[in-house]
Design a protein around this ligand. Structure first.
Ligand code: XUL
Ligand code: CO
Length: 441
């Protein structure tokens, strides 16, 4: 088979002194951090849609990048060429996983049965390519937001025919995910939301989304899917208001509808910031609820305020992310680069460079997060901050769930006005973080 990225060879680790743009400076897969190889801490994934499909089209103009890979777009030959390009790309970068939507893999046909036949053909081809490599599927999903039929959502659509079409797509996408050995299955409710409550029955729509998810769990388990289902929260865009607003909202929804045993969160950095949170916040909310599953690794631009899906470059953010992931004991999923090169970075070399940037940024984040944990000052401070609950009898009773309001009130009467609760020392902790990040200057 002809090489597609001919001028680009395998990317190796060369170390922090290297000036080779196409070498890793920090991502050294075999380096051991806190007892585990970097490659195990960081199961990176390629998003089929951004890397192999997106050409840089925006509202103001057509694509700038050529992703035809030598075939006519919209054909099955092109679908196969994308598989060839994807596998060559992942092998050259040392990326071990991929994520896909059904319609990223094949062009949608006139009927669902024809589309499904195309999916059978392409997944056979992907399986063939997987043989002899260590490349695997991280997660699959169904695109239930692009086709005009989904203008009012999928599970939340007012049309039962649209609901059933969504069910059919999920059924097939689950079958493909199982066939490709996927670790997870994602629901990103891109149009599961509303534009105005004047035309919307919110309770009805949310019940239907839950029903669709329940059907997916039942079917998935019946065909041998043992991985996690994920909700990927996002507050808005394309809809004005999306039901899976953030991790806290999605977790509450899952618990209310009894879906929390089968689902975890897939947290995307740019979605968390769109919700007015930090990336770290939504990771922590997921982790403390036992639902931190996977990460869509990207970054937004706070000056723009929409989902720009940029490759991660901010080491401060990835350090805080990896701190959460390490504290949570790792992910059941991985780090999917749901990210695209900028419209003016349109060359194959830019695609490679983007992954070098993203992988190095996460590797640095991992190294620095481990250093924060090993340094111990942050943990020590947080631990000591709550010491009064350990050092007093009433504190211990509150923690054990054995104190009453009257007992607490009695302590308040006896002790008089409480002293100030101790400095939060934010500036100190931020300087510790800078010291660990930058060390000797
Ligand atoms: C859109 C987004 C999706 C999901 C999968 O903002 O993040 O690509 O990751 O549907
Ligand atoms: Co995403």
């Amino acid at each position: 088979m002809a090489e597609i990225f001919q001028s680009l060879s395998k990317v190796h680790f060369e170390g922090a002194e290297s000036k080779n743009p196409l070498a890793f400076k920090y991502y050294n897969p075999d380096r051991v951090i806190l007892g585990k190889k970097m490659s195990e801490h960081l199961p990176f994934a390629m998003a089929w849609w951004h890397n192999l499909c997106a050409t840089g089209t925006d509202m103001f103009g057509p694509g700038t990048a050529d992703k035809s890979f030598g075939a006519e777009p919209g054909t099955m030959a092109h679908a196969r060429a994308k598989v060839d390009a994807g596998f060559e790309f992942m092998q050259k970068l040392g990326v071990r996983y991929f994520c896909f939507h059904d319609v990223d893999l094949v062009p949608e046909a006139a009927t669902i049965d024809q589309t499904n036949a195309r999916l059978d053909e392409i997944t056979d081809y992907i399986l063939e390519k997987m043989k002899g490599t260590d490349i695997r599927c991280l997660w699959g999903t169904a695109n239930m937001f692009s086709n005009p039929r989904f203008m009012n959502g999928a599970g939340s659509s007012n049309s039962v025919d649209v609901f059933c079409h969504a069910a059919a797509q999920i059924k097939k996408a689950l079958e493909c995910t199982v066939k490709l050995g996927g670790r997870g299955y994602v629901f990103w409710g891109g149009r599961e939301g509303y534009e105005t409550l004047m035309n919307t029955d919110m309770k009805f729509e949310q019940e239907n989304i839950a029903a669709l998810m329940r059907m997916a769990v039942e079917y998935g388990r019946s065909i041998g899917f043992t991985g996690d289902f994920y909700i990927e929260p996002k507050p808005k865009e394309p809809m004005k208001h999306q039901y899976d607003f953030d991790a806290a909202t999605a977790i509450g929804f899952l618990r209310y509808y009894g879906l929390d045993k089968d689902f975890k969160m897939n947290i995307e950095a740019n979605h968390a910031t769109l919700a007015g949170h930090t990336f770290q916040h939504d990771l922590r909310v997921s982790a403390v609820n036992g639902m931190l599953g996977s990460v869509d690794a990207n970054t937004g631009d706070l000056l723009l305020g929409w989902d720009t899906d940029e490759f991660p470059y901010n080491v401060y953010d990835t350090t805080l992310c990896m701190y959460e992931v390490l504290k949570a004991g790792g992910l059941t999923g991985g780090f999917n680069f749901d990210a695209k090169t900028r419209r003016s970075s349109y060359t194959f070399e830019d695609m490679f460079q983007a992954f070098v940037l993203g992988m190095d940024t996460f590797a640095l984040g991992l190294i620095k997060a481990a250093a924060i944990i090993e340094d111990g000052r942050v943990d020590e401070f947080v631990n000591n901050r709550y010491a009064s609950y350990r050092d007093t009898e009433i504190g211990r009773k509150i923690r054990a769930g054995q104190a009453s309001l009257s007992e607490c009130a009695a302590v308040a009467s006896q002790n008089g006005a409480p002293a100030l609760p101790g400095s939060g020392r934010q500036e100190y902790l931020e300087s510790v973080m800078n010291q660990i990040l930058f060390g000797q200057a």
